[in-house]
Design a protein around this ligand. Structure first.
Ligand code: DQA
Length: 151
């Protein structure tokens, strides 16, 4: 990637519950890449254009809320988030993102619209800059490309 005029300086990638099991967890649905593989690639891509990228994962809603709240004061100017199962349940995480007002992209490895009907409901999509669903780990890379060119 070559982004001469990178506006975004600090990106936070947030992974929700069970994504620590990527690689082992239902690989037919979520792919064979581990979370470390995904994060390493994103950190490397961002680093090439001098952008700091931090990735975090938690199975606990409160920890994710606390981490998102920190973006009010830590200089984060873009969030890439896969809320995982919290996509379909968490008003608390939605409210945290609404409160901090940091633009974010919602990511899903699988196509949530082609699965069980409860996965079609997201508490995030209407607040998101955009949503990428069904492109596997490539979705994170595409979101990063967007973040690097956004103001
Ligand atoms: C997911 C889809 C969610 O429905 C599910 O609960 C996940 C992962 C995805 O990346 O495809 O844990 O967000």
């Amino acid at each position: 990637m070559s982004f001469e005029n990178t506006k975004t300086k600090k990106i936070l990638v947030v992974h929700g519950p069970n994504l620590n099991l990527l690689g082992m967890r239902e690989p037919d649905i979520y792919g064979s890449e581990t979370l470390d593989d995904i994060n390493r690639n994103l950190i490397q891509l961002a680093g090439k254009v001098g952008v700091k990228l931090e990735a975090c994962q938690s199975n606990a809603e409160a920890e994710l809320v606390n981490r998102i709240q920190l973006t009010m004061s830590d200089g984060t100017n873009f969030i890439i988030i896969n809320p995982a199962a919290f996509t379909h349940t968490s008003v608390a995480l939605r409210d945290a993102l609404a409160a901090v007002k940091v633009p974010f992209i919602e990511i899903h490895l699988s196509n949530v619209f082609s699965r069980e009907s409860f996965r079609k409901k997201s508490y995030f999509s209407d607040l998101a800059v955009g949503v990428i669903s069904g492109l596997g780990a490539k979705g994170y890379v595409l979101a990063l490309e967007y973040a690097l060119t956004s103001r």
